[in-house]
Ligand binder design. Structure first.
Ligand code: FES
Length: 71
């Protein structure tokens, strides 16, 4: 999942995992995005879904199908 929250740009890696809802919670305004597909499950729904990427695990290595970003 993209680390930059689409609400206001905080980093989801600074948030936490909510195991009951299978989501990551943004540390800034506590919007919640489903781990499987990035769907915003917050009510009210004031921003869009989070971009999510497919991945696979092979022989202990994780491969993420994410676009290369250069800034
Ligand atoms: S920046 Fe993530 S919920 Fe606002």
């Amino acid at each position: 999942m993209d680390d930059w929250c689409n609400h206001a740009g905080c980093l989801l890696s600074g948030g936490w995992i909510d195991g009951k809802r299978d989501c990551v919670v943004c540390p800034c305004h506590e919007y919640a995005f489903r781990l499987d597909d990035g769907k915003n499950i917050t009510i009210p729904r004031l921003c869009g879904d989070q971009e999510a990427f497919s991945l696979k695990v092979e022989e202990g290595a994780v491969f993420v199908n994410a676009p290369l970003v250069t800034k």
